[in-house]
Design a protein around this ligand. Structure first.
Ligand code: WT7
Length: 652
């Protein structure tokens, strides 16, 4: 497979960017021409950001799995599509060629059909990182069922919320999951969730850990038995269902600053074109490369850059079930060495955690196959960047710092490996088709910050530096289309803060060359180990604990996680054992949201700093959590200053 749209030089980047701004429809049609369509589009783009309503490739018909599988069979049917490495280094790895993956996806798509699944049905997937997870995802797409993958670290309650919101009719799970030295009982979590989910008619259970599970007659069925049924039916083929360009491909739930997580909706054609385009360009994938992204398919990174982007590009994608620190902190480097990985894409939090274990775990590993490194999920601090660059890349691998979001579907701001300049701790330049700009609080553009007008790159450093809130003013193909079941929430959350702009929720700086540096969220959203968690969500969970009157949650700098969760809690119950109370509260949060949202610190307080109108002054709590006790800013609107003194004195 060749990629005629792969950018090879800074000059090519400049001209692609220019064309993408001057003639976006021509630009994206030129890329989209290299995919397999049942029918081509009538119109490349229709859009307005007031609805919002964005339609890419209207009138086109396709199936994304034909682009990820069928079209590779003739040329690279025997090439590995997926290499799978187990959690257990002793267990044999697995390799699925494009032919085998195609066969298995068709087979499981037939299982779904046997279970009554039709185009448009919603399917919840709660599985470990095994090839069957990718197979399940692609099987849904094959027949036009909409997948909603839920990360294994979410609780039964979180799963139930997601299933109810999507009105899913089928769950695909496994008996259990291995994670380091832990066994996680996935099926039993699903059983707890399903007590509240009458829409679910069937549960398909893959065997992985073989822990005892309850299998309910008429509802639960084993993956392996379902496959046998398909085998006896004889016909392994499964034609790909024809999808309209704007038909839903998947829902992925993500947290915001208010309310319950919302279902971000991505559609077929635009998502396919953009994840492929960004994959090929950012990582500079070359045919034959082994590409390893350490994310979980339960997050957008796994959707876009383990499954759809790489497979649509005919790449070899490595799927790793384990964690970087088990059996020891050299595990990731063993995997790189074992499979001669060329491109490694991971998160700053993983790098910081491995850094802490020292260089002994890197020393004897052969990392010479590596050519490109990447990071994603949060700003990467200079120390972690340097460590990654020196000890993993040995100073010879470009590092792509990729900024994007669940809502953007793909990477929007990043250097292109060894093609556009990198700058430590900067996401750098927008991809072609992406038009960022920075605005102030009132929505006024910061002078010189509009990449489409001011130019994306100023080699002579003669651009205008500035800072502000990061917005995008023009649609790219994989932009969020709606929040499932509640379009107005999508409008309010992303398109209402600044009229006719998509607002990211991030703050950013732009330097004189045009490089963007993302500074982090400017809303009440935390980024803990690269996972997005809403403070309101954590507060709601804490408030469910008996005895809790009120709580306020803020982030604070954490050496490994990037941000830690600091909760200030007014507790009315019996306070004889504060340590136990804190543990109970942590347990409550784990129950309601999942282990990933457990507070790191819980401080019991007698009151919270409020304004006269009763609003919690989070700014003050943030300062206290960060340890900036002598620099609380303006406290003149504070109702009761004594509360602040007490909180400061008892700070954890
Ligand atoms: C938020 C999106 C999409 C990747 C996985 C996270 C932060 C993401 C970077 C980066 C600085 C980054 C932002 C963004 N973020 N990548 N390279 N540099 N910050 O997806 O859960 O939707 O979170 O992650 O704050 O808004 P997500």
């Amino acid at each position: 497979m060749s990629y005629p749209y792969q950018i090879k030089s800074l000059e090519e980047y400049q001209s692609a960017y220019k064309q993408s701004v001057e003639d976006p429809e021509g630009f994206w049609a030129g890329v989209a021409d290299h995919f397999t369509w049942h029918r081509k589009w009538d119109k490349v783009l229709d859009w307005n950001f007031t609805g919002p309503e964005v339609k890419w490739f209207s009138g086109a018909q396709l199936n994304i799995t034909e682009n990820c599988l069928d079209r590779h069979l003739a040329e690279r049917g025997d090439q590995p599509a997926i290499i799978w490495e187990s959690n257990d280094p002793e267990e044999d790895h697995r390799v699925l060629s494009y032919k085998e993956l195609h066969f298995k996806v068709c087979q499981f798509a037939n299982v779904l059909k046997n279970n009554g699944i039709k185009k448009g049905d919603r399917i919840c997937i709660y599985m470990p990182m095994v090839p069957e997870l990718a197979i399940a995802v692609l099987a849904c797409a094959r027949i036009g069922a909409i997948h909603s993958v839920v990360f294994g670290g979410f609780s039964a309650q979180s799963i139930a919320d997601r299933i109810q919101d999507a009105q899913a009719s089928l769950v695909i799970t496994s008996d259990g999951a291995y994670r380091g030295n832990k066994d996680i009982p996935l099926k039993s979590v699903i059983d707890d969730a399903l007590v509240q989910c009458p829409s679910i008619k069937k549960v398909i259970v893959l065997t992985r850990t073989r822990v005892p599970v309850s299998m309910i007659k008429g509802r639960d069925t084993w993956w392996e038995d379902e496959i046998k049924k398909v085998e006896t039916q004889g016909n392994p083929a499964c034609p790909a269902v024809t999808m309209d360009a704007e038909d839903m491909l998947f829902i992925l739930y993500t947290s915001g600053s208010t309310g319950k997580p919302k279902g971000v909706v991505h559609t077929c054609a635009g998502y396919m074109v953009y994840t492929n385009y960004s994959f090929v360009n950012v990582f500079q994938y070359q045919p034959g490369d082994v590409y390893f992204c350490t994310a979980d398919i339960g997050w957008i990174t796994g959707h876009s850059y383990i499954v759809y982007g790489p497979l649509s590009a005919g790449a070899t994608t490595l799927l790793f079930e384990g964690i970087p620190t088990w059996p020891d902190a050299g595990r990731m480097w063993d995997v790189v060495d074992k499979f001669k990985v060329n491109i490694l894409y991971t998160a700053p939090t993983a790098i910081r955690s491995l850094m802490g274990f020292g260089l002994d775990y890197v020393k004897n590993k052969d990392l010479s196959s590596l050519r490109v490194l990447g990071t994603v999920g949060e700003p990467i601090n200079e120390e972690a960047w340097n460590w990654y660059n020196e000890n993993i890349g040995k100073g010879r691998c470009p590092i792509v710092d990729t900024w994007w979001q669940t809502e953007t579907g793909g990477i929007l701001i990043s250097n292109l490996a060894a093609v556009t300049p990198q700058k430590r701790s900067h996401a750098t330049l927008p991809l072609p088709g992406v038009q960022p700009l920075l605005v102030d609080e009132k929505g006024e553009p910061i002078p010189g910050s509009d990449a489409a007008i001011d130019g994306p790159y100023h080699a002579k450093g003669d651009g205008t530096a500035g800072s502000g809130n990061l917005c995008i003013k023009f649609p790219w193909p994989s932009i969020i289309r709606t929040t499932y079941g509640d379009h107005d929430r999508c409008r309010q959350t992303y398109f209402a803060t600044y009229p006719s702009l998509y607002f990211t929720g991030d703050g950013a700086l732009r330097d004189e060359e045009g490089n963007y540096r993302i500074t982090g969220r400017v809303d009440d959203v935390l980024n803990v180990s690269g996972h997005r968690i809403g403070t309101a969500e954590v507060e709601n969970a804490i408030n469910m604990h008996t005895g809790v009157v009120e709580s306020a949650v803020v982030g604070y700098p954490h050496d490994i996680k990037g941000q830690g969760i600091y909760a200030f809690v007014i507790f009315n119950g019996n306070k004889t054992d504060e340590i136990l109370i804190s543990k109970d509260i942590v347990q409550t949060v784990a129950r309601i949201i999942g282990p990933i949202a457990k507070p790191d610190k819980i401080q019991l307080v007698s009151g919270l700093p409020k304004t006269r109108s009763g609003k919690i002054m989070r700014r003050i709590l943030r300062k206290i959590a960060e340890g900036e006790l002598n620099n609380l800013g303006d406290t003149s609107t504070l109702l009761d200053p004594a509360v602040v003194e007490e909180i400061k004195n008892n700070r954890l």
